[in-house]
Design a protein around this ligand. Structure first.
Ligand SMILES: *[C@@H]1O[C@H](CO)[C@@H](O)[C@H](O)[C@H]1NC(C)=O
Ligand SMILES: *[C@@H]1O[C@H](CO)[C@@H](O)[C@H](O)[C@H]1NC(C)=O
Ligand SMILES: *[C@@H]1O[C@H](CO)[C@@H](O)[C@H](O)[C@H]1NC(C)=O
Ligand SMILES: *[C@@H]1O[C@H](CO)[C@@H](O)[C@H](O)[C@H]1NC(C)=O
Ligand SMILES: *[C@@H]1O[C@H](CO)[C@@H](O)[C@H](O)[C@H]1NC(C)=O
Ligand SMILES: *[C@@H]1O[C@H](CO)[C@@H](O)[C@H](O)[C@H]1NC(C)=O
Ligand SMILES: *[C@@H]1O[C@H](CO)[C@@H](O)[C@H](O)[C@H]1NC(C)=O
Ligand SMILES: *[C@@H]1O[C@H](CO)[C@@H](O)[C@H](O)[C@H]1NC(C)=O
Ligand SMILES: *[C@@H]1O[C@H](CO)[C@@H](O)[C@H](O)[C@H]1NC(C)=O
Ligand SMILES: *[C@@H]1O[C@H](CO)[C@@H](O)[C@H](O)[C@H]1NC(C)=O
Ligand SMILES: *[C@@H]1O[C@H](CO)[C@@H](O)[C@H](O)[C@H]1NC(C)=O
Ligand SMILES: *[C@@H]1O[C@H](CO)[C@@H](O)[C@H](O)[C@H]1NC(C)=O
Length: 446
């Protein structure tokens, strides 16, 4: 039967601008001078805690203490990426933004499916401002190749992969993207910003502009962050996603565990002896590592457990996630749970090298914009404006000295936002600030 309502909806849907995206897998050949560290194989969660104690000890620089020397790491690894371009590309000289996520995420950080993609950075950059984007799963994360979490997954090796991808974009050799880009901008979040800066130091002409989100060069608050994470082995924290569980084992576990675990009334009855309410049981299930234990369960679509080695770690639960990434009252509580259940690990090598210099990019000549949430705990200790120095507007503003040859430098402090910028209600406010900066610097698609 003819349905006018349906027709209207279809017309509306097709008139909306929509990005065109392609999923690609890119083999990259890396070569990097990595650190060689004296860290024992972690036998369980207690060793993850020992590592965190070492890293945060007042003894001093544990990276230095554990460093035995340097070694060149080479290899060919697959990088999983998503390339997006505007539905109608009019120009001949488009700009591509290479998007690198931080610790604890994969490339979906830039295109969160949450709430019908209402938080999507890519939608704003591509549909509203006409940029192209390449969002990548960093080496070792998401659908990219796994690698040794201590010897390989460090800043230099991951930067090497970023450099190779940049070169492919520039000379048009990226698989399924037959276009040579003259303008490549590097947009990072947190550890992804660290990699972009490392790129600008090692290969100053590889990038036309740096957008460093969730970033400063003040490492004073990294120990607090690491402590708050209460790190666990990823394979023990979310065994269904990161452990080594077979399909039949999961099916069996689901059939015996799920009826009682999913029926809160039954569970609350069982736990009533502890004098806790149904609401409290629900809170425990969702926000503690019990919630993580069940993350990945979709009875119709069981995950393929990644069998990650013990050097892949993750923060323990939603509370740790919130402490590092989110400002209360300014995020949707359900997005926290969604981020927690779909989180990705970080590695020993990343934690050992995240704070390692150099920090100055003397030969980088493009524009630099830092966009950090005012209440960022990781890089501002909870208040980017608390510099204690009237001459210094914000903690991230100090990085102006790190880019002495930059054509422009701006440190933008995003209000009512913590470290995980893209997860806050006003994330699109920050996205617009970034796109406008790039346009003002002559880096729009043309
Ligand atoms: C690309 O991968 C994402 C995530 O798996 C999926 O949702 C999407 O449909 C894929 N897109 C295409 C064009 O295959
Ligand atoms: C922690 O540091 C101690 C002292 O340097 C060292 O013996 C131990 O191997 C380290 N363990 C981990 C897991 O980092
Ligand atoms: C999407 O976000 C905008 C603000 O960025 C808000 O006005 C709107 O209500 C949101 N829509 C949904 C469905 O959450
Ligand atoms: C291409 O041109 C059309 C018509 O002028 C315009 O609506 C659209 O925004 C342009 N697209 C881009 C990416 O600039
Ligand atoms: C990663 O690959 C899996 C299995 O092919 C797929 O289900 C998932 O959607 C992919 N995720 C992304 C972000 O590409
Ligand atoms: C791509 O760029 C690299 C580095 O500049 C160069 O070595 C390589 O030959 C180029 N490949 C093509 C096909 O242009
Ligand atoms: C993972 O499971 C497979 C099959 O049971 C087994 O062969 C393998 O040794 C396991 N790996 C680890 C690290 O336990
Ligand atoms: C949950 O368990 C209670 C008590 O056993 C039962 O009455 C109720 O029907 C169950 N609910 C569901 C949704 O299975
Ligand atoms: C449960 O705790 C409340 C508040 O502390 C108390 O009033 C009540 O007596 C307790 N119930 C049981 C069964 O212990
Ligand atoms: C710690 O030591 C490493 C390795 O020597 C060095 O690269 C890094 O800059 C040091 N960190 C600090 C904060 O001094
Ligand atoms: C970090 O910022 C705080 C507050 O401005 C300052 O006291 C501290 O010295 C800074 N630390 C570093 C390593 O720059
Ligand atoms: C949202 O972000 C924009 C850009 O930083 C800012 O101008 C605006 O005041 C913010 N809105 C709120 C409600 O914080």
């Amino acid at each position: 039967m003819y349905n006018p309502l349906f027709l209207t909806a279809t017309l509306l849907a097709t008139s909306v601008v929509a990005k065109q995206c392609t999923n690609i897998t890119v083999p990259v050949s890396i070569s990097a001078r990595n650190g060689v560290f004296n860290i024992p194989t972690l036998r369980g969660n207690a060793d993850a805690t020992t590592f965190a104690q070492n890293l945060t000890s007042i003894r001093g620089n544990f990276t230095e203490e554990a460093l035995l020397g340097y070694a060149t790491v080479t290899g060919v690894y697959d990088i999983s990426a998503k390339f997006c371009k505007p539905e109608t590309e009019n120009g001949t000289n488009p700009t591509v933004q290479l998007l690198t996520h931080g610790l604890g995420f994969d490339k979906t950080y830039w295109d969160l499916p949450y709430n019908n993609f209402n938080y999507s950075y890519i939608d704003v950059a591509v549909d509203q401002y006409g940029f192209c984007t390449l969002s990548i799963d960093r080496l070792g994360e998401g659908n990219s190749s796994k690698a040794d979490p201590l010897d390989v997954l460090q800043v230099p090796a991951e930067m090497s992969a970023l450099y190779e991808l940049t070169i492919m974009l520039r000379n048009g050799t990226l698989p399924s993207v037959p276009q040579a880009f003259n303008k490549v901008v590097h947009v990072g979040h947190s550890f992804g910003s660290t990699l972009s800066v490392a790129l600008a130091i090692m290969h100053p002409t590889a990038s036309d502009g740096l957008i460093l989100t969730g970033y400063s060069q003040n490492g004073s608050y990294l120990p607090t962050t690491v402590a708050s994470w209460d790190s666990k082995l990823a394979r023990l924290n979310q065994p269904l996603r990161f452990g080594n569980i077979s399909y039949s084992a999961v099916s069996e576990a689901l059939s015996t565990l799920m009826p009682s675990a999913s029926n809160l009334t039954e569970l609350a009855n069982a736990l009533s002896r502890f004098n806790i309410t149904v609401g409290e049981v629900q809170e425990i299930l969702q926000t503690t590592d019990i919630g993580d234990l069940f993350a990945g369960i979709e009875p119709s679509k069981l995950p393929k457990a990644a069998d990650l080695p013990p050097g892949y770690l993750t923060w323990t639960d939603a509370g740790s996630n919130q402490f590092a990434f989110l400002l209360p009252e300014f995020f949707d509580p359900s997005i926290l749970l969604s981020a927690e259940y779909s989180k990705f690990p970080y590695t020993l090598g990343e934690l050992l090298t995240i704070g390692s210099g150099p920090y100055v990019a003397p030969n980088f000549r493009g524009p630099v914009q830092i966009v950090t949430g005012r209440q960022d705990a990781v890089y501002c200790g909870g208040d980017c404006l608390a510099t204690g120095d009237p001459a210094l507007a914000s903690i991230p503003a100090k990085s102006k000295m790190a880019f002495p040859a930059a054509s422009a430098f701006e440190a933008y402090i995003q209000p009512n936002t913590a470290h995980g910028i893209n997860l806050h209600y006003n994330s699109t406010g920050a996205y617009n600030v970034i796109q406008r900066f790039l346009k003002a610097q002559g880096l729009a698609s043309s």
